[in-house]
Design a protein around this ligand. Sequence first.
Ligand code: ZN
Length: 327
Amino acid sequence: MAQHFLLSSAAKSLNLATVFRMSDAEAEAKFRKLRWESTNGEPVCPECGGLDAYDCRRSNGAPRFRCRACRKDFSITNGTLFASHKLPLRAYLAAIAVFCNEVKGKSALALSRDLGTSHKATWVLLHKLREAMAGELKGRTIGGEGKVAEIDGGYFGGYVKPANNRENRRDRRFAVNQSGKRKVVVVIRERGGDTLPAVFRSEGAALSFIKSRIAKGTTVNADEAGSWDGLHGRFEMRRINHEEAYSLDGACTNMAEEFFSRMRRAEIGHHHHLAGAYLLRYAQEAAWREDNRRVPNGSQVGMVAGLALKRGQSVDFTGYWQRHLPR
Ligand SMILES: [Zn+2]
């Protein structure tokens, strides 16, 4: 049997020990190369795009540059997801390494214990990394002529605990006995290709999203749920009845279900509860992890850090985010 990718030496190109042995200068050089890839780490002014900036450090040694053209000061993280960061750059690299090495996901509580940071700060940092991963999924369309895609839905949140005594129990299948917080993650996966998740109130509400994100000419695999019937007019559909078989005549949704298996294990093993405002971010994280599962971990860290540094300031966590923090 072929060796599992994660056990191969190719998968292990970066470890935490290496990150922690990095000097401040080395961590700084690494971040500069990730941020300013096209100039091989030479600073580019975020204000005017000027290439002529000189080192103008703060008195505490923190890196800062001054643009000769517009006289503006800027740091390596200015205008990125890591803007106005509080920790040394090495700690961010370590956080990303830990986040990537845990292939099913990492809880903020566990990471805060690893790094000695507060739970809140770590929780925000992890969500920023998810936001960075989501950048790779932006505007993505799946499939094309002759390509095959799978779609499936998975429900999250809105769990209502059954009453202890039998006479007090109510039928939780009825909407009136539900919390109203239940949402469905719908995933589109191309066979041998990319993954794209989104969040809806019901599978039926996902149809226009699916139609706009799967290219014409794609053969679409789905289960027998009636919610997908409306897709027959647009795509060649293959339906699989899971009561009869998991795969029949090439029709199956196993890849879509693999995505949900990763999300469920992240939910059960790390986060305990995936729901609410950030459900989409967890789904995007799972999609990124699925798509990049065969990328060596050192390259994964570079990809996530690069996405975070190329993305503007956080849309999820600017100004008023404190209201949404976990208690
Ligand atoms: Zn400038």
